[in-house]
Design a protein around this ligand. Sequence first.
Ligand code: ARG
Length: 567
Amino acid sequence: MEFKEYIAGKITEAMEIIFGQSVEGVEGFLETPPNPDMGDFAFPCFKLSKMLRMGPPAIAGKLADAIASDAVIDRVECVGGYLNFFLHKSGYAQSIVERVLQQGDQYGSSDEGQGRVICIDYSSINIAKRFHIGHLSTTMIGNALYKIYEHLGYKCVGINHLGDWGTQFGKMIAAYLKWGDREQVERGGVNALVALYVRFHKEAEADPTLEDEGRLWFKKIEDGDPQAVEIFTWFKDVTLRDAKRVYDMLGVKFDSYAGESFYNDKMQPVIDELREKGLLEESQGAYVVNLEADGMPPCLILKKDGATLYATRDLAAAFYRKKTYNFYKTLYVVAYQQNLHFKQWFKVVEKMGYDWARDMEHVAFGMVSYEGRALSTREGYVVYLDELLERAVEKARVIIDEKSPNLADKDKVARQVGIGAVVFFDLFNNRIKDIDFRWERALNFDGETGPYVQYTHARCCSVLAKAGQIAAAPDYAALDNPTAQEVVRTLERFPEVVREACQRNEPSLVTRFSVELASNFNRFYYENHILVEDPAQSAARVNLTAATASCIRTALSLIGVEAPEKM
Ligand code: ARG
């Protein structure tokens, strides 16, 4: 039973009987009152006032008289311009709790996305650069969106649009052939590649011919010279090998690693089409699409020397994705520093006459700083993601050793808690906000943190283990008290939260929901004995506990955080 829908139906019915008018979208007007003394649902009558030429309190009064108590609705009250609905508490609790239990990990799912493909471009790391915490948000927001859309029935394609094109790779080959050796790079991984690149720049200051050598090698990559391509492909393998270790720790996967270089042979048709459509303009030897009328600087398509750009490759990639996946939407999970870039080339697609330009969305997010200080490669203030995650695991291990010295499988739990804490912290705030990563905030077991939510889940599991099987049929009157009702109301909201997180591409809604559910459950837990003398009452409270555990697990899984059963 959908309570909201039911109540909306009653209101619509009453509207027709008393006023002879029907209103659209009553369900959308229904609100959850801030305080349970005001009922389970509230219907504000203000918007009807103009149409009915009557004050909101008078409308509410008339509607209240017309809606009778029944098996679902206990009573209706009007306060000010609001119509407040009170449901029969035990029937309400029973219905929600049993729904959550019956649907299990499918709770909150739907098939609204049936037959629709969502391409998600996330993480999109750069070759020969080490994975640092600046890439955490794109990775985890993208991963969460993938799971959220999937929960709603969409088919997702996760794309790691690798930054694997540019003159720097020619320089790296030159550096490698001069000073590197295969074994050292194999052993040192991406660090060895970075070191070569740094050395190249240092030595190039004294010897400018190095730059020419770098350019030459890049040209060779472009022309498909076997040696150049072999080395370059190997650089990519080395980088991805290191990155995959991080992805494994985070539990993140991709369906495609088609990076920038993949589009080398796919740009010419786009350039030709731009030219045919009269959109390409020459500007100081380069070719651009003029966006003056749209209030933006021109979108650079070809450089003076004929080289393509980041935007050219993004254009080619968009056409490729449309053709290959026929996406319903494509999301680009990329920092807000690239706002202009996306606005520009989305506009170019629109000017080319493709209405699917509006199906592409830049899902922007803020910057990360670390312990109050902005990260800067130049100043050497970088935090590598693998190191951060390993430290998180160590710190979690220390806390667990102290809190639960007898826990089995401490290593595994420390991994789940430590990494979960980092991911949770990253996904806690509105994505557009800048984040300042702080250990004492991420790992605080009593704050609005991953460990807190995980701990609540483990607490539920331990209650369930203690309770065992209860034979008696549950008596849901045992959930008639305010704290239990609050948990029920929170559980009920989950499907709506998932839907909104999807509509707004905002995983933090799910993160925050999990904290709310956990803290409401804890309040219930402190104020009620779950296992009482009457087995029927115990059974109802145990069911509420089981539903909470299940819903927390699902919510955490949607944001890519694990839920250990014991902590
Ligand atoms: N590699 C780029 C960077 O690290 C991000 C690429 C994002 N995706 C895209 N299609 N432009 O800044």
